[in-house]
Design a binder for this molecule. Structure first.
Ligand SMILES: Nc1ncnc2c1ncn2[C@@H]1O[C@H](COP(=O)(O)OP(=O)(O)OP(=O)(O)O)[C@@H](O)[C@H]1O
Ligand SMILES: [Mg+2]
Length: 362
């Protein structure tokens, strides 16, 4: 069994930088877990703590049932893949993949079998005799992943392994990593700052900010039920729109500010009853804004189109309310033009409200 268990991990650098703040996480055996968060939030630090490359200031790390705080990195049975794949330039792809096994004195025929097996999984068999400079970025990345696979480790640790390759290849490699996980079922801890990568790869995703985990959930739960404003804003592309205002009760509940007066359906009464006359933040995702009043509970807002981005499969439109740009994601049949003033509609069943002070979702 190779679950990962992190208990109350704290990492403080130089007695002042709190990189990781009381981090608790259990990754069950075989799960593909993704940790996502903005630059500097502590993702690599937590991974290095799991790998044994960094000692936590306090807290416990378990791999399987073993407390590994005092176990050296090389004895933790983890394999890492980094952003800069760090292949040895003078060695062939085969030798790069074989290197770790040679160090561990694995017999030669066994090494050959394992490298060939990994090369087959990654579809790089024909590249094995080549040196890194004779490989493209994506091929080098595959060799780096291969180097981890041949180890047959109980845990894979990936630190932004795809950020050095171009966008198209990244999508392909993402799919390949998913397939490899389907086959090998090795417990995987994957770090990225890219929310799309997190959403597409993670069986569960942890969202981190300032050294703390804000939410752990499956992709759709993060999207539909973010615990707070930070998670709501971080997950989703184009991002959710936020509007400041307050709740008033006038027959039904309403959300109002200088330019808006939105009737809220009765489903909101229970959740908002403690917020009457209080400041809140309204969140609305771009796809929950429509340009036709095609059903009930749509609140019309008149605004001017500032920018149109035809994407082919859809059209992104930016409206201006007062000084704020609002992003809407429309069907590509939308025919609005820049400068045109028209009514668009906010789906009041799909909005989110956040407490203005705590930023927790109401
Ligand atoms: N060796 C170190 N000494 C001092 N401070 C460090 C050290 N390593 C990391 N930090 C600090 O700890 C915090 C977390 O860094 P970390 O590298 O874990 O972030 P990250 O989430 O991986 O960011 P990125 O997405 O940019 O890779 C940052 O403020 C960073 O400056
Ligand atoms: Mg990092």
């Amino acid at each position: 069994m190779s679950r990962i268990l992190l208990e109350n991990i704290v990492k403080v650098f130089n007695n002042k930088t709190v990189a990781v703040d009381n981090f608790n996480l259990e990754i069950p055996d075989g799960e593909f877990f993704v940790l996502v968060g903005p630059s500097g939030c502590g993702k690599s630090t937590i991974m290095r703590v799991i790998a044994g490359l960094e000692e936590p200031t306090s807290g416990n790390v378990y791999i399987g049932d073993r407390l590994v705080n005092d176990v050296e990195a090389k004895d933790r049975d983890v394999a890492m893949v980094f952003q800069n794949y760090a292949l040895y330039p003078h060695m062939t792809a085969f030798d790069n993949m074989a290197f770790g096994l040679k160090l561990r004195k694995v017999p030669k025929p066994e090494i050959k079998t394992r490298v060939q097996e990994a090369a087959r999984i990654l579809n790089i068999e024909r590249l094995l005799p080549r040196k890194p400079k004779e490989l493209s970025g994506g091929e080098r990345q595959r060799v780096a992943v291969g180097r981890a696979i041949v180890r047959h480790p109980s845990v894979f640790l990936f630190d932004e392994p795809l950020s050095n390759i171009d966008a198209k290849l990244r999508v392909q490699m993402r799919a390949e990593l998913s397939q490899i996980h389907q086959r090998l079922k090795t417990t995987t801890f994957y770090v990225t700052h890219d929310q799309t990568e997190a959403m597409t790869l993670g069986e569960r995703i942890g969202v981190m900010k300032d050294g703390r985990l804000h939410q752990i959930a499956q992709a759709m739960t993060l999207y539909n039920k973010p615990v707070n404003k930070f998670v709501a804003g971080f997950i989703g592309s184009p991002p959710i729109n936020f509007l400041d205002g307050k709740i008033i009760s006038d027959k039904s509940f309403k959300f109002i500010n200088d330019s808006l007066n939105i009737d809220l359906p009765a489903m909101w009464n229970e959740r908002l009853k403690g917020y009457i006359n209080q400041d809140v933040i309204l969140g609305i995702r771009p796809e929950d804004i429509l340009y036709e009043k095609e059903r009930q509970n749509l609140a019309g807002i008149r605004a001017k189109i500032e920018v149109i981005e035809p994407m082919g499969s859809e059209t992104i439109a930016y409206f201006k309310i007062k000084e704020q740009l609002i992003t809407a994601r429309f069907h590509s049949q939308f025919t609005g033009k820049i400068g045109e003033v028209l009514d668009f509609y906010i789906d009041t069943e799909k909005i989110h409200f956040f407490d203005k002070t705590s930023e927790i979702r109401i």
